[in-house]
Design a protein around this ligand. Structure first.
Ligand SMILES: Cc1cc2nc3c(=O)[nH]c(=O)nc-3n(C[C@H](O)[C@H](O)[C@H](O)COP(=O)(O)O)c2cc1C
Length: 376
């Protein structure tokens, strides 16, 4: 039986070699929003790793949309040139498709890098005044964001569209709109963070209005032939918060607007969340949403084993599998998974001799007593 994980697939017009995805991962290694040498290494290693799709970390559409002062962005020519260096490496040497995650952090912006401790970076120390749908601080010790007005929302829409146009110029294969993890668009969606009394708050239809306008702006600015997908939190893990039912309604609206996929994560809206983690802890959200949408669904979250990934796909819970921490631990996860499932993933020619090191002649995992290919 052939592996589903290693069956190519069409994602909104983009042909992926397999269904393995590198999930977006902030690296806190940019300066002034510019992707750096670190990103060249980080994304470069995944670009030659044989996965179907690599998605960049959250890339801010405006300076104040960065999660931290060290996060990348795509709001100016200098940012575009810095990202071009990374994209050019990936297209010259890579064997994957490259997606860009576009984001705005809203009230969770101006944060410290995780390794310098939790909490906000104050204004005047490299931080900035954040914006959000409602002037509610993320937690004790965090400043209240400024409430967005009509002018602020217009500026944001221009920011999203401008960044998507730059992504199009850079020949990025796809764009993912970050609407998860308690960042700006999720702040509009969740009744816990959106307390507006105007047409952008209250009823679900109103809370979805701005995120859908952002999706439309991005979809319009990015070439039709290339997919725009979305990442959602399927649950706030807090009673009275955003949940699977509301996510399904959001997905239905996105589907009508030509959204290419639904990347199903969870949490992040507020510190009161009670997330129950464990192997595949978000797969059930993916399964429930896949039953409600025709869009391809990406499952993510503590999926670490090839057989686990294959079982999720075979069980019909998702169409693609994303890994984050597992990929940091083993950037060659895809090659190992292919060997374990009796398949082959793309190798760059420079590394082809690694193939014989773990794969037997039939393409399956080499037995310990079988010698690796050592020719040449
Ligand atoms: C270092 C790190 C940075 C992350 N940065 C982002 C990000 O920029 N955007 C995003 O949507 N999720 C981000 N995430 C969440 C991951 O994409 C993923 O959803 C989460 O880690 C669960 O998958 P895993 O169990 O395979 O790690 C990050 C996770 C890690 C570990």
């Amino acid at each position: 039986m052939t592996s589903l994980l290693f069956t190519p697939m069409d994602l909104g017009g983009l042909t992926l070699a397999n269904r393995v995805v590198v999930a977006p991962m902030c690296q806190y290694s940019a300066r002034d929003g510019n992707f750096s040498d670190w990103h060249l290494m980080h994304l470069g290693q995944f670009a030659v790793s044989g996965v179907g799709l690599v998605i960049t970390e959250a890339t801010a559409v405006l300076p104040e949309g960065r999660i931290s002062p060290y996060c990348p962005g795509l709001w100016c020519d200098e940012n575009e040139a810095a990202l071009a260096r990374v994209v050019n490496f990936c297209s010259a040497y890579g064997n994957v498709k490259l997606g860009l995650q576009l984001a705005h952090a809203g009230r969770k912006g101006s944060s410290r890098a995780p390794w310098t401790g939790p909490g906000p970076v104050p204004e005047g120390e490299g931080g900035w005044r954040t914006v959000a749908p409602s002037p509610l601080a993320f937690d004790d010790g965090w400043p209240a964001p400024a409430e967005l007005d009509a002018g602020g929302m217009d500026r944001l829409l221009d920011g999203w569209a401008g960044a998507a146009k730059r992504a199009a110029r850079l020949d990025v294969d796809s764009v993912e709109v970050h609407s998860a993890h308690g960042y700006l668009l999720h702040q509009f969606l969740s009744p816990l963070t959106n307390r507006r009394g105007d047409e952008y708050g209250g009823a679900l239809e109103n809370r979805m209005r701005f995120p859908l306008a952002v999706f439309d702006a991005v979809r319009q600015a990015f070439p039709k032939a290339r997919p725009v997908g979305i990442r959602v939190s399927a649950s706030d893990w807090i009673d009275g918060g955003w949940d699977v039912e509301q996510t399904a309604a959001f997905a239905a609206e996105l589907e009508k607007r030509g959204c290419a996929y639904l990347h199903v994560s969870s949490g992040g809206a507020a510190p009161q969340q009670k997330v129950i983690t464990g192997p595949g802890y978000q797969v059930d959200f993916a399964r429930r949403l896949k039953a409600r949408t025709a869009m391809p669904v990406i499952a993510v979250g503590e999926i670490t084993e090839p057989a686990q990934a294959e079982t999720i796909l075979r069980g019909g819970a998702a169409d693609l599998i994303a890994l984050a921490r597992g990929m940091l631990f083993d950037p060659h996860w895809t090659w190992r998974a292919a060997a374990a499932l009796g398949c082959q993933a793309p190798y760059p020619p420079q590394y082809e001799r690694a193939l014989g090191a773990i794969q037997g002649p039939d393409g399956g995992m080499r037995t310990p007593d079988e010698p690796p290919t050592m020719k040449g």
